[in-house]
Design a protein around this ligand. Structure first.
Ligand code: NAG
Ligand code: NAG
Ligand code: CU
Length: 199
């Protein structure tokens, strides 16, 4: 019984997995388009780099312009230079393996992040994309939040953004460590649980 339920759920999630395409640097802009997406487990988010030399680098809600290092290193496309007049465009993607928490990203080419080049997967009512972007724009190039973001209400109590990376990379040029995504998820759950108990 239980086995069949699990098998059916797996089939359903596979059947409906979507590919979400995000263009990066369209029309030479410092943009991800769209800049925020809703995705579910199994969906692939594919970034197409259209100009300049951008990245898609995972960060945290609290520090939008700093690469995430804890509880584990975030995922990172690395720099994806596109020559002027290119007719072929580099692509990088990852597959969402946790839809219960938001994921935050920025472009690591200074000063793009502080000019608002940020991206989110599954922002929430509590941690909105608008607040994330406002923090990015208000932050100095080194990414540390200033606390003087224009228009104050950037974020509420800056509690822990334990931001577990629920994303497994498909072809990260920077990071060849291919941990099994299942065990990674379990490990992160344990970390999340411990963090939850401590906080
Ligand atoms: C892309 O940007 C990075 C960081 O600024 C730089 O190290 C790299 O040389 C650039 N690549 C190209 C092809 O311009
Ligand atoms: C936000 O701004 C309003 C008025 O602009 C001010 O009354 C309020 O105290 C500010 N809140 C914070 C946390 O700075
Ligand atoms: Cu950029």
């Amino acid at each position: 019984m239980r086995f069949f339920a699990v098998a059916a759920a797996t089939l359903v999630s596979v059947a409906y997995a979507e590919r979400i395409t995000v263009t990066v640097g369209e029309n030479n802009g410092l943009t991800y388009s769209p800049e925020s997406v809703t995705a579910k487990v199994g969906d692939t988010i594919a970034f197409r780099f259209m100009s300049k030399n951008h990245t898609v680098t995972q960060s945290t809600f609290v520090k939008p312009c700093e690469a995430m290092t804890a509880p584990t290193a975030g995922i990172d496309s690395g720099f994806q230079p596109v020559p002027a007049g290119a007719t072929e465009f580099p692509e990088w993607s990852f597959t969402v393996d946790d839809e219960s928490t938001p994921f935050w990203f920025f472009c690591n080419q200074a000063p793009h992040c502080s000019r608002g080049m940020v991206f989110a997967v599954n922002p929430t009512a509590e941690k909105t994309f608008t607040a994330f972007k406002a923090t990015a724009v208000g932050a100095p190039a080194d990414g540390s939040p200033t606390g003087t973001t224009p228009g104050n209400g950037t974020n509420g109590p800056s509690g822990s953004d334990s931001g577990t990376p629920g994303s497994s990379e498909t072809d990260a040029p920077n990071n060849g460590a291919g941990m099994l995504s299942g065990s990674k998820t379990v490990m992160l759950s344990v970390i999340g649980l411990v963090a939850g108990l401590v906080l």
